[in-house]
Design a protein around this ligand. Structure first.
Ligand SMILES: Cc1ncc(COP(=O)(O)O)c(C=O)c1O
Length: 396
């Protein structure tokens, strides 16, 4: 196998002249924060997620943090989350002062097992954060029914699912509120950024205030700017403890351009995913992501899993081999309950969430981004196949 290829990254943004044009427009406008681009971006995301209100912010984590606070989640409250997910989810629960209650996943969807979600509900449960791991939306209606039955809040974490459709409904439309993230590895990016969406006008107003240092709502200050005397008065009126979780106009401009190109971006990502599926379909040692028949997938990453007879040692050797050949690949995700800062919330170490642990030890995220070309995909796939064949377990 040749080793003279350039590095193939795990992920990367898809930036065109359209993004550059809109950023240039903003820079020329003199309005760099809290302006029309933010409103345009929010409008585009609201429409795409089928929600009445969208509030942009500085990251997906910030959106999660504000979502919890806006629904009154605080010290002593329990929030149900998967242990197998990106750590930001669990961090946000701690930032709100609440208690993360981890739940195991089911192996097919890699999302929380709904039966275990319901079993984890106690008198202290205030919310469930329903994470769409790798864009999978299979259980969203089920989680919502459980939350409604128990009168608790469902926050849909659609950071990995923008543009996906399940049963005719858009990602972001299943929760009482939902969050999105725009880090450069996501379907669309703003460099850094996030969005909170909901149909609840009162909650949206609280989040608008929280992102902007707790400035008052209803005065125009939350969407306005200290450009007029009335705006200045409102700009200096503060009603609650808040944050600076704002998104700049420059970031919003990138977001607008990306949203306007979303369909094209998703189609190209679908093409890459189909290519990988075709390539690995018959591989005896690789388990491919499963997409239910009700879902139009929005592909965030492409994660394969080594079959059951492999463990963490073999998987890490495969990853090392891929890295030696300059192929970006990663173990997605480590379990939160095994991280030191969550240990005292789990009531136990390894073994408590066996499915999550087993999955986490065998996943391999492959290079996956909108502009991944056939040559690089082929090299990444061939490298994976070689490294897996070296482990040779299937024949032992
Ligand atoms: C499911 C999920 N939630 C939250 C986040 C946090 O988003 P951000 O990195 O924008 O803070 C991410 C980011 O990768 C994510 O995948």
């Amino acid at each position: 196998m040749s080793t003279v290829m350039d590095e193939i990254p795990l992920s990367g943004p898809d930036i065109t002249a359209h993004e550059i044009d809109l950023v240039t427009q903003v820079l020329r406008s003199g309005r760099l924060a809290m302006g029309p681009m933010q409103e345009r971006f929010e409008e585009l995301v609201a429409r795409r997620t089928g929600c009445d209100h969208a509030v942009s912010c500085s990251s997906g984590t910030a959106a999660l943090h504000m979502a919890l606070l806006a629904f009154g989640v605080g010290p002593g409250d329990e929030v149900i989350i998967p242990t197998f997910c990106f750590v930001a989810v669990a961090n946000a629960v701690l930032h709100a002062g609440a208690i993360p209650v981890f739940v195991d996943i089911c192996p097919k969807t890699l999302n929380m097992d709904p039966v275990k979600v319901e079993a984890a509900i106690t008198g202290k449960t205030k919310a469930v954060i329903a994470v769409e791991n790798f864009g999978c939306m299979t259980y969203m209606n089920t989680y919502r029914a459980i939350c409604d039955r128990h009168e608790i809040v469902m926050i849909e974490d659609a950071c990995e699912a923008l543009g996906g459709i399940h049963g005719g409904r858009a990602a972001g439309s299943f929760g009482h509120a939902s969050v999105l993230g725009f880090y450069p590895n996501k379907q669309i990016t703003t460099g850094e950024g996030g969005m909170f969406v909901t149909n609840n006008a009162r909650i949206a107003e609280i989040v608008r205030s929280l992102r902007n240092q707790g400035r008052g709502t209803g005065s125009g200050a939350t969407s306005g700017h200290p450009g007029s005397s009335q705006g200045l008065r409102a700009w200096m009126s503060f009603e609650r403890r808040g944050f600076n979780y704002r998104l700049s106009e420059i970031q919003a401009a990138v977001g607008v351009a990306q949203m306007e190109r979303l369909d094209d971006i998703l189609e190209r990502r679908q093409g890459v995913a189909e290519w990988y599926i075709e390539r690995f379909m018959a591989h005896p040692d690789l388990i491919l992501p499963s997409v239910d028949s009700e879902t139009n997938m929005s592909w965030f990453v492409f994660v394969v899993r080594l079959s059951d007879q492999y463990g963490c040692i073999e998987r890490d050797r495969v990853l090392d081999g891929m890295h030696r050949h300059e192929v970006g690949a990663a173990a997605y995700f480590p379990c939160c309950h095994l991280m030191p800062h969550f240990a005292h919330h789990t009531g136990g170490g390894p073994g408590k969430y066996p499915i999550s642990e087993s999955m986490a030890q065998r996943t391999i995220a492959l290079p996956f981004f909108t502009g991944l070309n056939a040559r690089d995909a082929d090299f990444a796939a061939a490298t994976l196949e070689l490294m897996v064949s070296r482990e040779n377990l299937s024949r032992s």
